[in-house]
Design a protein around this ligand. Structure first.
Ligand code: CUA
Length: 320
């Protein structure tokens, strides 16, 4: 369980770790409180009481003298102490994760859409900002600043291994940060119900070594490779005719902003915001009927011949 992708009590970064320690601490305090109350309750139920003496008319007294009130005061004192410790610890943790320990490496502007993630890299590569979608790469050991916005309804950025949740709210920009302390793929998930496909609004955060991240940046900034086969060339033409109004591919005339940016699409591990693996079978099925795989999403069924669809698959898979 502890290595499950969404298990938030085992984290991997400076933005999440203090919250995790707090989570475990509050869990321990809560368990101790429940245990103590249960033991006292059991003891009160099962202990033998001294017999009450009746008066000469056979009546029992309605009041009992004894040390009962003392226990109330002890209980109030212990509860107050536990709540005080929890409050101070929570405030300390909030202060600790408010700002990263070092200046962030760059800014990632993340925009939530129904139901996918747009990610714009600002200041990561010298003078060249660029956009991608649903799979973001970050360098290990460096904080990355997040500017979180929404294009439609309220979403919430939640990569539990890397940071707590921060909402994406229409009309405002929320700021957060993430840092991964070891390489790996960290799953993120929209954390706020945002409509029919809320559960299929996932993202991957890939933490690369610094050298691996520079390689990834260089690949992102490279122009698409020339078509290596007639099928890829045909697919590029189909894309410009049928897909380019909504999707962009850097270095081509396709500049649509309505759907996810597909530059270097083949480098991503998943399709449709974490819904399916990005392989030939699922990509062809997605292009044939996006509504079957993710009902209600904004991508319409685009009528394509089988040949055009196969070319389109070949072209998209060439965008490494
Ligand atoms: Cu976006 Cu839930």
């Amino acid at each position: 369980m502890s290595d499950g992708p969404m298990f938030y009590l085992a984290t991997a970064g400076a933005s999440a770790d203090p919250v995790t320690r707090l989570g475990w601490g509050l869990l321990a305090i809560s368990c101790a409180v429940v245990l103590i109350v249960a033991i006292l309750l059991a003891w009160a139920l099962w202990r033998r009481r001294p017999e009450l003496a009746s008066d000469p008319q056979g009546r029992l007294p309605v009041a009992r003298t004894g040390p009962g009130l003392r226990w109330v005061w002890i209980g109030v004192a212990i509860s107050t102490l536990a709540l005080f410790v929890s409050t101070v610890w929570t405030l300390q943790t909030l202060a600790a994760v408010r700002h990263p320990p070092r200046a962030p490496a760059f800014t990632l502007q993340i925009t939530g859409h129904d139901w996918w993630w747009e990610a714009r890299y600002v200041g990561a590569a010298q003078g060249q900002d660029f956009t991608t979608a649903n799979e973001i790469h970050v360098p290990v050991g460096q904080p990355v600043r997040l500017e979180l916005r929404s294009a439609d309804v309220i979403h919430s950025f939640w990569a539990p291994k890397l940071a707590g949740k921060t909402d994406l709210i229409p009309g405002r920009t929320n700021v957060a940060w993430i840092e991964a302390d070891r390489p790996g793929v960290y799953r993120g998930q929209c954390g706020e119900y945002c409509g029919l496909e809320h559960a299929r609004m996932a993202l991957q955060v890939v933490a690369d070594t610094p050298a691996g991240f520079q390689d990834w940046l260089a690949r992102q900034l490279a122009a698409p490779a020339p078509a290596v086969s007639p099928s890829v060339a045909a697919g590029a033409a189909v894309f410009q005719a049928r897909c380019a109004a909504c999707h962009a591919i850097r270095g081509t005339p396709a500049e649509g902003i309505y759907g996810p940016d597909l530059s270097h699409f083949a480098g991503r591990a998943t399709l449709a915001a974490g819904t399916q693996p990005n392989d030939t079978v699922h990509l062809a099925a997605w292009l044939a009927d996006p509504q079957a795989l993710k009902p209600g999403n904004e991508m319409p069924r685009v009528p394509l011949t089988d040949g055009d669809r196969a070319s389109l698959v070949a072209y998209l898979q060439s965008l490494k």
